[in-house]
Design a protein around this ligand. Structure first.
Ligand SMILES: [Zn+2]
Length: 136
């Protein structure tokens, strides 16, 4: 009981401060993007669902590319929401003093890695292992 092994590699709150700023900036930027994507994807659905045939595209090719574009926006939106959840979780980990420790092995995540992906929860070794697992 007592010491939590999983947070041995964690950064202190003051060490994590620059990443806190980055995460907050990233979060607000992504929220803006997400609203924009959701808006443009849903607007299109709404006008199609309204059944206003006079506004429907005539050529099949147009319909195809329209659907593709909508699907693309929604996929992008889903990916952004996953990232947003990771950002929120990273912010919570800074708050609880666990930030910077790999959730898999507890090792300290290198600053160069956090600079590139401030919301990552895995060190480079665990991340590449997980990558291989999901691929195989
Ligand atoms: Zn690890």
């Amino acid at each position: 009981m007592g010491s939590t092994r999983s947070s041995q590699g964690a950064y202190s709150k003051s060490e994590a401060q620059p990443y806190l700023e980055k995460l907050k900036l990233l979060r607000s930027r992504m929220l803006g993007d997400t609203n924009y994507l959701a808006d443009s994807a849903l607007k299109r659905t709404r006008s199609e669902a309204a059944g206003d045939l006079s506004k429907m595209p005539i050529h099949m090719a147009d319909i195809g590319s329209d659907n593709y574009e909508q699907e693309f926006s929604l996929n992008l939106l889903a990916a952004e929401q996953v990232t947003l959840a990771e950002i929120d979780s990273a912010l919570a980990r800074i708050e609880s003093g666990e930030y910077g420790a790999c959730v898999e092995c507890g090792q300290r995540i290198k600053k160069s890695r956090l600079n590139a992906i401030p919301f990552t929860h895995y060190c480079i070794d665990c991340a590449s292992e997980r990558d291989q697992e999901s691929r195989g």
